[in-house]
Design a protein. Structure first.
Length: 255
């Protein structure tokens, strides 16, 4: 028995390109993704972060985001949303643009502002069982982190995984909104360093069956530090530098 999971990348609701609002195109792409994921038999839908282009969306734009997720959530067993760097508010309020989502959370919608791990369940609607563990690694500014070194980050992740799956037998699907050294930003630009790096995986990488990342708009597979990370990419072009890119959302079968 297995479970199918759909991943869709950065939305950047409110994105403007030379005065042209990309929001209607993003909304259309999101709705296609949801419909196709349902048709493909996906039980879970994961949005990898950067829901909004600006961390202080207008009330109208915030309402659009709430509507998109609230209407999609009932069509899946669960819908998970990660906080991205564009969603963060870098101020003493320690809040983020996804706060309105938390205020109207339907039971199946989960917003992740800190690292978390939970079981993914598969079944026929009558009998179900844990098939895998979903590890969510949102973008965290330094002031929000409960860790201060790569070793502490990995140790935190191990504790989360052990709590979600004490036996350690279930495959782990890790999804992040993190920086990847060497990821391709545009046709000839590579990322180096970054504000929130991908973890080393010390003590837990051998439990991972799939590694998925958002954050970068270009769909790609990155091999770095012993990892092979599949970057979903944005569902629509969000800048002129993305012209010609084949946009997508992806499905993964686990269990």
């Amino acid at each position: 028995m297995s479970v199918r999971v759909a991943f869709v990348g950065d939305l950047h609701l409110g994105k403007q390109i030379r005065g042209y609002d990309r929001t209607p195109d993003v909304v259309s792409a999101w709705e296609r993704c949801v419909s196709e994921a349902v048709a493909e038999g996906c039980s879970y839908l994961i949005q990898t972060g950067d829901v909004y282009d600006d961390s202080h969306p207008s009330p109208e734009l915030a309402t659009t985001g709430v509507r998109l997720f609230a209407s999609a959530a009932p069509r899946f067993h669960e819908l998970h949303v990660l906080v991205g760097n564009h969603d963060l508010r870098h101020s003493i309020e320690r809040s983020d643009a996804l706060a309105p989502l938390r205020e109207v959370l339907p039971p199946r919608l989960h917003v992740h502002a800190t690292p978390s791990a939970r079981a993914l369940r598969g079944g026929d609607g009558v009998v179900s069982q844990d098939e895998a563990v979903l590890l969510c690694l949102p973008y965290e500014s330094k002031s929000r982190r409960k860790w201060s070194s790569p070793a502490e980050y990995d140790a935190l992740i191990v504790r989360l995984l052990d709590r979600a799956d004490p036996s350690g037998d279930l495959p782990v699907v890790v999804v992040g909104h993190l920086d990847i050294d060497g990821a391709q930003l545009a046709s000839e630009v590579l990322a180096r360093g970054g504000g929130h790096p991908w973890p080393t995986g010390a003590g837990w990488r051998d439990r991972v069956s799939h590694a998925i990342d958002g954050h970068f708009h270009r769909p790609q597979a990155c091999s770095t530090g012993g990892w092979t990370i599949h970057v979903v990419g944005s569902p629509v072009a969000l800048d002129f530098g993305e012209a010609g890119e084949v946009k997508r959302w992806i499905y993964v079968d686990v269990g």
